[in-house]
Design a protein. Structure first.
Length: 229
């Protein structure tokens, strides 16, 4: 078996936040996400799943433990190296789309590619191809305010994949949608992930959505437990 795309080993994170006692959010968390694997992360609100995703995506640093991303052990590395690794290797999706309102759907997907050095022609072509894969290419010239909630989130999926990351991290990616739209949008996300062979760690409260992924891990009392299948 090849090395995992993401490997978390012994991750611990504690917050004080001015409280009389420390809050141990994560302790001794181990998790590997293999190439092409889609893992569901299930936890109640406030259990630390967003913190875990931020550590996995190099947006936050653990108090203990190591983060290895696509073969690079990034623990203790400089902010610059971590930033470069994050830009090259990780795509993020959040519950709200966070699209730039003044740009069209296509432009929102092209922008991160342009920032990474792609030509405008290549960036536009990839953006249109991704929009086509999730069924909204016909909305390419529309701004976010002109799109439905489901369409906005599909565009956000495409933006997260624009620079061909090795790992996708998603925090309740359909949590802002009604149940019917959520199912449709999640199916589009899974098709896009499978088509690109991407690895993904997806946090969700929805156990039905979790059951459609390759495996489920639960965050409970700061530690991960695997769900039996």
């Amino acid at each position: 078996m090849s090395d995992p795309v993401l490997s978390l080993a012994g991750i611990a994170k504690t917050y004080n936040a001015g409280l009389p006692s420390q809050v141990d959010v994560l302790h001794d968390v181990d998790l590997d996400v293999q190439r092409g694997e889609v893992v569901a992360l299930v936890a109640p609100s406030g259990a630390g799943k967003s913190t875990l995703l931020h550590i996995a995506g190099l947006l936050d640093t653990p108090d203990a433990g190591s983060v290895t991303l696509n073969g690079q052990n990034l623990s203790g590395q400089s902010d610059r190296r971590r930033t470069l690794a994050r830009r090259a290797e990780v795509g993020f999706i959040y519950q709200f789309h966070h699209l730039l309102p003044e740009f069209t759907a296509l432009e929102n997907i092209a922008l991160p590619q342009l920032a990474a050095g792609a030509s405008r022609a290549d960036a536009d072509a990839r953006a249109l191809s991704l929009l086509d894969k999730v069924g909204v290419a016909h909305r390419a010239t529309h701004r976010p305010a002109e799109l439905s909630g489901g369409e906005q989130q599909r565009v956000a999926f495409c933006r997260a994949l624009a620079n061909e990351p090795a790992l996708l991290l998603a925090d309740e990616p359909t949590g802002n949608l009604d149940p019917a739209t959520s199912d449709q949008v999640f199916d589009a996300l899974m098709a896009l992930v499978r088509d690109t062979g991407l690895s993904a760690l997806i946090a969700t409260h929805n156990l039905d959505l979790a059951s459609r992924m390759d495996r489920t891990v639960r965050l409970d009392a700061g530690q991960l437990q695997a769900d039996p299948r």
